[in-house]
Design a protein around this ligand. Structure first.
Ligand code: RIB
Length: 300
């Protein structure tokens, strides 16, 4: 069984700042780093490092060929990742503060030029037993969900970033949501102040057949799947950069599910992998290998 991750590939420009720039203000950054990123690419690399068989579908410009090479070097099948000769690769302008927090501006570029024809062509390469993983950084999400479901694939949605594009999507077709509190509040129609119990309850009522994994940052994560309700703690580590922590969690979580691990095991490994990722700078380059996650857990 394979997982097709149909998602973004970005070049991340990371500016180290003392505080996030405010309206009307001009600030200088202490350093600039350029990293491979994009929620799609990060999650594919996390899946591969966790041992899953993952195929990445998406699109870069000529300037993003190194991202395709990185996918391949990381063990991802990138044969369904296209290179546009007309568009530039998507990018992210990321401000990172001294505590490792970030705020991000996205430019979609080639990520936002996925046609229905291309989607259908790429999905035709997959089998009904394969899983389809999506985030919200490529265009045409509504069509991709419909087409994947029609093909019989299990649809996993990480609705990140949460924005109006999600309103077009048939969310009832989603089998598994992996989302944070902000995204959960938007989908559940609740205030962001709602607590984890309220969010999981409201999502369960709105999507009664879906599994839900809610990530809560330092408060850990919650899995709601049928009769199973499981809470996983977050591990306390020195934070350098939180970028891609959620992507790392998602990749390790799904790899564990695909491998048939018990919920206690895949939730713990996902939490450990994302803890390791925040101790390192950058997005894709911060994602740990499986043996590093094993060592981290062994030391707990
Ligand atoms: O989730 C982190 C990612 O979000 C970054 O790599 C950036 O590219 C944005 O897509």
């Amino acid at each position: 069984m394979r997982i097709l991750n149909f998602g973004s590939l970005n070049i991340d420009f990371v500016y180290d700042v003392d505080h996030f720039v405010r309206p009307g203000e001009t600030i200088s950054s202490r350093a600039l780093g350029t990293y491979p990123g994009g929620k799609g690419l990060n999650q594919s690399i996390a899946l591969a490092r966790a041992g899953a068989s993952v195929v990445h579908a998406g699109q870069v410009g000529e300037d993003g060929r190194f991202l395709v090479e990185l996918l391949e070097e990381s063990g991802v099948d990138a044969s369904l990742t296209r290179v546009s000769t007309e568009l530039r690769t998507g990018n992210a302008i990321i401000q990172r503060d001294a505590e490792g927090n970030n705020c991000i501006i996205l430019y979609g570029g080639a990520n936002q030029d996925i046609s229905s024809e291309l989607t259908d062509e790429l999905l035709s390469q997959m089998q009904p037993e394969d899983w389809l993983l999506l985030q919200n950084e490529v265009n045409g999400l509504a069509h991709i969900v419909r087409a994947g479901k029609a093909r019989g694939m299990k649809v996993v949605l990480n609705p990140s970033p949460a924005n109006e594009a999600l309103e077009e999507v048939d969310l009832a077709a989603v089998d598994l949501f992996v989302l944070n509190e902000v995204e959960a509040a938007q989908l559940a129609g609740l205030d962001e102040a709602a607590d984890a119990g309220e969010l999981v309850g409201a999502l369960g009522r709105r999507f009664p057949t879906a599994e839900i994994v809610l990530t809560l940052g330092e408060e850990g994560s919650v899995l709601a799947s049928g009769d199973v309700l499981l809470r996983q703690e977050a591990f306390s580590v020195p934070v350098v950069d939180t970028t891609a922590a959620g992507d790392t969690f998602t990749g390790y979580l799904l790899a564990g599910m695909l491998a048939g691990e018990r919920p206690e095991v895949f939730m713990r490994r996902a939490s450990a992998a994302s803890a390791l990722a925040v101790t390192r700078p950058g997005a894709a380059v911060s994602i740990p290998r499986s043996d590093e996650v094993d060592e981290f857990i062994a030391r707990l």
